[in-house]
Ligand binder design. Structure first.
Ligand code: ZN
Length: 245
């Protein structure tokens, strides 16, 4: 993790220097991610900001426009699926996008110090962490070692799925994504405050491994998806509307 970029000790995030094109508003940041995912899905990526010139340009400071709290799954590489490059995304990944103290601290750093306007929780179909938690709950056995911490962090989502009558793995994944969005906001008053002020948004997205497309499943504030997804979303024909939490 680099230092604060160009803020030079000033108290608030400064985004007027460095890359002038970095989206500084939640709606623009969200639209940028959706557009990049569409390019990836269509097989027409631009691979922006991956050249040597840009590498040198961002060496003195970073101005990412989105935080990605994603599952560690090797098929979920954020810069690839959103067609972005160096300095664009502040990525925090754990198995099953579980959000413990270090994850929360990393998100707060990005949002408050770097001034990032968008936090994305990125889950995916057939998630192994969710499957492991499901098997653990079904058999009543806890995994050995620290894997137990991952399973424990997913279990509340399993209980919620059960209470809502959801039994299929991908339905449970969607609930776990929404649950992680709620965890971030519930456990981080800092993040919740930034969202309440309209300076930041939190979006839960579900990624489909085979298709490569993301779909919003939880959006805070709700208006963000209403503004940006109807025409340009990779899965705009999906009848399932994103839930708000
Ligand atoms: Zn996963």
């Amino acid at each position: 993790m680099s230092h604060t970029g160009s803020s030079g000790g000033q108290p608030g995030p400064q985004r007027t220097t460095g890359r002038a094109t970095a989206p500084s508003e939640p709606t623009r940041a969200y639209a940028e991610l959706v557009a990049g995912n569409r390019r990836f899905v269509d097989g027409a990526p631009r691979h922006p900001n991956q050249d040597a010139g840009h590498r040198a340009a961002v060496a003195d400071g970073q101005h990412p426009f989105a935080v990605i709290v994603g599952c560690s799954d090797s098929r979920l590489a954020a810069e690839i699926i959103f067609d972005r490059g160096l300095g664009d995304l502040f990525v925090v990944r754990t198995a099953g996008h579980t959000a413990g103290p270090e994850v929360l601290g990393s998100v707060e750093y990005a949002v408050t110090v770097l001034g990032v306007p968008l936090v994305v929780v990125l889950g995916h179909d057939s998630c192994g962490a969710v499957q492991a938690a499901r098997e653990s709950a079904a058999t009543g056995t806890a995994p050995s070692g620290h894997l137990g911490a991952v399973v424990d962090a997913v279990l509340p989502s399993l209980r919620r799925a059960t209470s809502e009558g959801v039994d299929d793995i991908d339905g449970i994944v969607d609930i776990h994504i929404a649950q992680t969005v709620e965890t971030l906001l519930g456990q981080s008053p800092v993040l919740a405050g930034e969202v309440a002020r309209g300076r930041c948004a939190v979006v839960g997205m579900s990624y489909r491994l085979a298709a490569g497309a993301v779909r919003p499943v939880a959006v805070v504030p709700a208006g963000l998806a209403t503004l940006e997804t109807p025409a340009g979303s990779p899965e705009s024909t999906d009848p399932a509307a994103p839930a708000t939490v």
